[in-house]
Write a protein that binds this ligand. Structure first.
Ligand code: NAD
Length: 424
């Protein structure tokens, strides 16, 4: 029995199995026919490349990279590229399918894709990272493009990475093609508001959820895991909106203050010391314990598989806003449902990023750029409408928010496929 537990958890942690479980449940509830299930389940294209790179010390190293395009039924494939030592094809597959569903939930005209390169950015120089990025781009170049597949940043990639991809693609095409990637620097065709869009989206949907609990930001206690792009920005925006951020959790520990943390001061402290720990205005706490603090909103914004069958019963939050992709395993879904935790599923909660990526793509193609107010206003409209669409769908079909989001998305993608027909 003891030997079986890690194996069972390992299976539970496979993101592709999580994606499949949720897909099957939604497909069943929608009554999708077998053929459509097969089309929607399998990624349309999986590319694997082995990239030779000259390292700084003169050695040649070969890195493996993936690009999975799950669907182009509703428009060009869209999704980030991550650099990490433990990237797997199953993970990239799952993430690509979540992008399809995410774009459909917020009703923007994109399909889904994801990319990953197996490498450890912490031990690579900037030049080595640039070489990996450019060669990876060259290897997948015929499969990407503004009308084909539009990459974006994800874990350990950023606007500099996007600038290199844009430049490599543009050099091959002998013209500047800004719309080939999103998440670029603003002065290179990036959109205002993009860097904070995912965190802002989390804030917008959380504000919608509060209404259901009669909560005001001032009496809402928030615990945030991950103080990076998504979590750091969500923390700043939520604090500015009056929320009480009682704990921030990072990989090396957590900080806790029941009266609320000064987020800007904590960001400054981390910049100066390299860690959130030992912050004068909060006490240090064990990172695993902080996840189970009593709070109103728990916002996991670090990585996948944080909440699972072995710990979901310990959560003491009323609202779970999934800033990260796949922070909850499928096996934990029922536990959360039984405990009546209001889940804002990842494919809705963190869709602010891809929504402003869509705005960036539109602006690049128009060659006409919007001010931040316009970007944020349009983002808010889409996020609020999507929240209402998902919760309304859930109420109509008596299913929880996650199943509702999947059903809504599958329905929209299946509709597009039916209209287009199967090309033979
Ligand atoms: P990031 O690298 O900027 O931030 C992640 C943070 O989490 C880092 O500060 C890291 O130190 C911390 N972390 C890592 N492991 C941890 C652990 N075990 N416990 C606590 N903290 C830990 O990445 P990001 O862009 O903020 O992405 C975070 C998640 O959000 C990922 O799942 C990503 O796929 C998802 N996401 C990001 C965006 C976006 O626009 N950046 C959009 C949608 C979804």
């Amino acid at each position: 029995m003891i030997a079986e537990a890690p194996l069972a958890l390992e299976k539970e942690f496979n993101p592709w199995l999580t994606a499949e479980t949720r897909f099957n449940e939604a497909a069943e509830k929608l009554g999708l026919d077998d053929g459509m299930r097969k089309v929607l389940r399998s990624p349309a294209r999986e590319i694997c490349v082995h990239i030779p790179v000259m390292m700084d010390d003169g050695r040649i190293e070969v890195f493996t990279g993936y690009r999975v395009q799950h669907s182009i039924a509703r428009g060009p494939a869209k999704g980030g590229i991550r650099f990490a030592p433990d990237v797997t094809l199953d993970e990239v597959r799952a993430l690509s399918s979540w992008m399809t569903w995410k774009c459909a939930v917020v009703n923007i005209p994109f399909g889904g894709a994801k990319g990953g390169v197996i490498c450890d950015p912490t031990i690579l120089s900037a030049i080595e990272l640039e070489r990996i990025t450019r060669r990876y781009t060259a290897e997948i170049i015929e499969f990407i493009g503004p009308e084909r597949d539009v990459p974006a940043p994800d874990m350990n990639t950023d606007e500099q990475t996007m600038a290199w991809i844009m430049d490599t693609y543009s050099m091959h095409h002998r013209q500047t093609v800004t719309a080939v990637v999103t998440g670029k620097p603003v002065n290179l065709g990036g959109s205002r508001g993009r860097s904070e869009a995912t965190g802002r989206g989390c804030l917008i949907v959380t504000l919608q959820a509060l209404k259901r609990f009669g909560l005001e930001p001032s009496n809402t206690r928030v615990v945030i895991q991950g103080f990076g792009n998504v979590g750091g920005m969500a923390a700043r925006l939520m604090a500015r909106a009056g929320f009480k951020i009682i704990s921030i959790i990072e990989y090396d520990g957590a900080v806790y203050n029941p009266h609320g943390i000064d987020v800007n001061a904590l960001l400054k402290h981390r910049k100066e010391t390299g860690s959130i720990l030992n912050f004068a205005e909060a006490e240090n706490m064990d990172r695993d314990e902080a996840l189970f603090l009593e709070c109103d909103v728990l916002l996991p914004a670090a990585k996948e598989n944080v909440l699972h069958s072995q710990n979901a019963s310990r959560i003491r939050a009323r609202i779970l806003c999934e800033g990260a992709n796949g922070p909850t395993t499928a096996a934990a879904d029922q536990i959360l449902a039984d405990r009546r935790i209001f889940v804002i599923p990842d494919i809705l909660a963190n869709a602010g990023g891809v929504t402003v990526s869509y705005f960036e793509w539109v602006q690049d193609r128009q060659g006409f750029f919007w001010n931040e107010q316009l970007v944020n206003g349009r983002l808010e409209e889409i996020m609020v409408n999507s929240f209402k669409d998902v919760t309304g769908y859930g109420e109509k079909h008596s299913v929880n928010n996650r199943t509702a989001a999947y059903m809504l998305a599958l329905d929209r993608v299946a509709f597009a496929i039916k209209l287009r027909g199967i090309y033979a």
